[in-house]
Design a protein around this ligand. Structure first.
Ligand SMILES: CC(C)(COP(=O)(O)OP(=O)(O)OC[C@H]1O[C@@H](n2cnc3c(N)ncnc32)[C@H](O)[C@@H]1OP(=O)(O)O)[C@@H](O)C(=O)NCCC(=O)NCCS
Length: 161
């Protein structure tokens, strides 16, 4: 088992991102959507790199946008061959660390109601269901589950709601 390291994504990672994206979603984001997020100073874009080679090979990524009241998880994906190693959990926990001083913002995301693996992962990380967006996904009109997690303080405790 090799170690996985996290670092910020850069434009040079786009080709590798695209490969994982296409293997992960029925309606993948385009390269320009990722490039747009990478260019925003308010976004957090993390890549997980399998540190086997000298540079490391991209095995997963997390894209998060800062909104007024919340950090919005826009995209999280892990290469199929590297799933169930805790890589997605590691990236989301790093997000909590990076934003721990931000007592104002919680975390939110939408997930397909059929995506049991992702829902279990988010619940384990403290996200709770907060409602449904009917027909949110345009490819098959699937509903989205809206999930929310309150701000995480740097000492690990959560603020009261
Ligand atoms: C959802 C997704 C990002 C999860 O990535 P991941 O890196 O496999 O997630 P984790 O490894 O942290 O957790 C997934 C499972 O692996 C298990 N796991 C984690 N580390 C493990 C280890 N060392 N050994 C065995 N199992 C482990 C977790 O317990 C979890 O199991 P569960 O599903 O039974 O609860 C990935 O499946 C994916 O890319 N899916 C397609 C894109 C997608 O749906 N993204 C979410 C959109 S909202």
């Amino acid at each position: 088992m090799t170690t996985v390291q996290l670092r910020e994504l850069v434009l040079a990672d786009l080709a590798a991102i695209e490969v994982i994206e296409r293997r992960s979603y029925p309606t993948p984001w385009s390269r320009s959507m990722f490039a747009g997020e990478l260019a925003k100073p308010s976004s957090i874009c993390l890549g997980a790199f399998d540190a086997d080679g000298e540079e490391g090979v991209l095995v997963g990524y997390l894209v998060v946008s800062r909104y007024v009241d919340a950090w919005h998880v826009m995209n999280v994906a892990v290469d199929p061959e590297h799933r169930s190693r805790g890589i997605a959990a590691m990236m989301i926990e790093r997000l909590f660390e990076l934003t721990a001083d931000d007592a104002r913002r919680g975390y939110t995301l939408e997930v397909r109601v059929s995506n049991a693996t992702a829902i279990r992962l988010y619940e384990r990380l403290g996200f709770k269901s907060r409602g449904i967006r009917r027909g949110y996904y345009t490819d098959n009109r699937e509903d989205a589950l809206i999930m929310w997690k309150d701000p995480v303080r740097s000492n690990g405790s959560q603020t009261a709601t």
